[in-house]
Design a protein around this ligand. Structure first.
Ligand SMILES: CC(C)(COP(=O)(O)OP(=O)(O)OC[C@H]1O[C@@H](n2cnc3c(N)ncnc32)[C@H](O)[C@@H]1OP(=O)(O)O)[C@@H](O)C(=O)NCCC(=O)NCCS
Length: 221
């Protein structure tokens, strides 16, 4: 006998709508989630309907409710803040969600609250932390490591043995050659090709990737 669990999506923006689509597709395959709606801290959205789902209120709506929550905020620092708010409310259950059209190798690990979108591919011995996003069509090759809140935009490609630090944000269509590290809370611009390690808190763009800015350590807090 199958049972369903109520799921609330925290964030009604683009990422939240992508997650609603993911859960709908997974449900077609008998996955255990039933989306009851969004919560969003934009108070003007309360009561609205987005992609056919109600916006139930802001995050305080979750207080004392027995639901699973996925934090669907695109920016890594926003997801971290969202996770902290949920913890302060005692909301514990953050499922990892995988689109049925993604491939996750059998010895890969996904942390709590991580989202793997359609056509993403994680092959051999890939370890992903909590609340990471592997977006549409992104690929992570053998022995890849993604820290908590790491974010791969659509069509990012990581060669083997690439490490992506906590909160690093890799833009659409960029790639990283084998064995390199993108440091924590760094940003890689759309379309960049990373040929060297990227220091923490650093933004790189272009082909080959070059540094365009650095932020003070801890900027995301
Ligand atoms: C890199 C990025 C984050 C901007 O960073 P930033 O520190 O604000 O940089 P700026 O916009 O001030 O641009 C700095 C320089 O980098 C260049 N630049 C910015 N993004 C670039 C990119 N993706 N590729 C090549 N050059 C880029 C700018 O033209 C500018 O060049 P200049 O100094 O010669 O004028 C942004 O352009 C980007 O690529 N974001 C990715 C978005 C994305 O993939 N979203 C997916 C959502 S699912």
């Amino acid at each position: 006998m199958s049972s369903t669990c109520d799921l609330v999506i925290y964030g009604a923006g683009g990422m939240g709508q992508e997650v609603a689509d993911l859960v709908g597709a997974a449900g077609a395959d008998g996955a255990p989630w039933r989306v009851v709606g969004f919560v969003d801290d934009d108070v003007e959205l309360a009561g609205a309907e987005i992609v056919g789902l109600p916006v139930l209120g802001d995050h305080t709506w979750l207080e004392g409710r027995s639901v699973a929550v996925v934090v669907a905020l695109g920016a890594p620092a926003a997801r971290r803040r969202g996770r902290d708010l949920l913890r302060s409310l005692g909301v514990a259950e953050l499922p990892a969600l995988v689109h049925p059209a993604a491939y996750v190798g059998k010895d890969c690990d996904l942390g709590a609250g991580t989202v793997v979108a359609a056509r993403a591919v994680l092959t051999v011995d890939v370890k992903v932390g909590d609340l990471a996003i592997v977006n549409i069509g992104a690929t992570v090759s053998h022995n890849g490591r993604l820290g908590d809140f790491a974010t791969l935009a659509p069509a990012v490609h990581l060669a083997g043995n690439v490490r992506v630090g906590e909160g690093a944000d890799l833009g659409i269509g960029c790639s990283v050659i084998q064995g390199h590290t993108v440091g924590q809370w760094s940003v890689v611009g759309a379309g960049a090709v990373v040929l060297d390690d990227v220091d923490p808190d650093t933004t790189v763009v272009g082909v080959p990737a070059r540094i365009v800015s650095k932020r003070r350590p801890g900027w995301q807090e």
